[in-house]
Design a protein around this ligand. Structure first.
Ligand code: AMP
Length: 281
């Protein structure tokens, strides 16, 4: 596996080999959720490239950029075992060189709602870095997790709007055996916090059960989830919303496929989770 730590090395790798390239952009501290993307890319491309870059511009001023967990040696060992062909580990100066003056922004409800309401600069950071990574690595396909459902919707929008020649592939959420969605940030959780964090997943399962039982009123179901989360002393709900999976428009009466997305602080750690509810007509 090639470990590419400069733009020149990255460029040579892209120019040298043939066939299709699948890119898996990550911030590192890899877990099985990331590796599921690598496996999917492995099955669909001639070469698999994983990027590891903790992108400063997608963190707000009081967020965890400095503390974000990092372990590139371990990450490289995991990627080698998964059969990745190369890992790109750029510096901040590689991604944002002197004179860098461009911001790529998807505007409107797609980035203003849900996570965008409490993290107003986050998605511009994401789209800018992903656009730059697409330019630098020139992939045929790029793999993103449904775990970050809003991010996936925003990147699909950007890629379509800018007619970028990259196929964006969404991949299912990978969970711990007890149901907690895998996240690099789970290492922040104490035992008590981790136990209470399971309420997020329980809320999603409760919603699907209620829908199966015939409930169609999103607001009533939302209230029930708010009540469930409020019973956990270490949880503070940021949002829980029923929305259309692509447009993220709010849904009042549940029908068809509905994305239930939520975010909560567990102690000081902000976690997100979501489920696509199947609502029989
Ligand atoms: P991150 O390193 O957190 O920026 O994540 C890199 C990519 O992995 C993103 O596309 C995430 O959506 C995806 N990802 C993170 N956690 C999971 C998970 N539990 N299941 C599936 N994909 C995930």
């Amino acid at each position: 596996m090639d470990v590419l730590v400069t733009l020149d090395a990255m460029d040579r790798w892209t120019s040298s080999g043939g066939g299709s390239v699948g890119l898996v952009p990550t911030m590192g501290f890899l877990h099985d959720g990331h590796l599921s993307l690598v496996r999917r890319a492995r099955g669909e491309n001639d070469r698999v490239l994983v990027s590891i870059f903790v992108n400063p511009t997608q963190f707000g001023p009081s967020e965890d950029f400095e503390d974000y967990p990092r372990d590139t040696d371990r990450d490289c060992a995991l990627l080698l075992a998964e059969g990745a062909d190369a890992v790109f580990i750029p510096s901040v100066e590689d991604i944002y060189p002197a004179g860098f003056a461009t911001s790529v922004t998807v505007s409107g409800p797609l980035t203003e709602r849900l996570c965008g309401a409490s993290r107003p600069t986050h998605f511009a950071g994401v789209t800018t870095v992903v656009a730059r990574l697409f330019g630098v690595t020139r992939p045929d396909r790029a793999y993103f997790g449904q775990k970050d459902a809003q991010q996936l919707a925003v990147i699909r929008r950007m890629t379509a709007d800018l007619a970028l020649p990259v196929e964006v592939v969404g991949c299912p959420i990978v969970r711990e055996p007890d149901g907690l969605a895998m996240s690099s940030r789970n290492v922040y959780l104490s035992n008590d916090e981790r136990a209470q964090a399971l309420t997020l997943r329980e809320s999603l399962l409760l919603a699907q059960r209620r829908v199966t039982a015939g409930i169609r009123d999103a607001s009533a179901l939302r209230d029930e989830i708010v009540g469930l989360v409020a019973r956990q002393a270490l949880l503070r709900l940021d949002y829980v919303e029923f929305v259309h999976g692509e447009t993220l428009d709010p849904v009042d009466t549940l029908s068809g496929q509905v994305l239930l997305a939520l975010a909560a602080f567990v102690g000081r750690t902000r976690l997100i989770d979501n489920a696509t509810l199947q609502v029989d007509e």
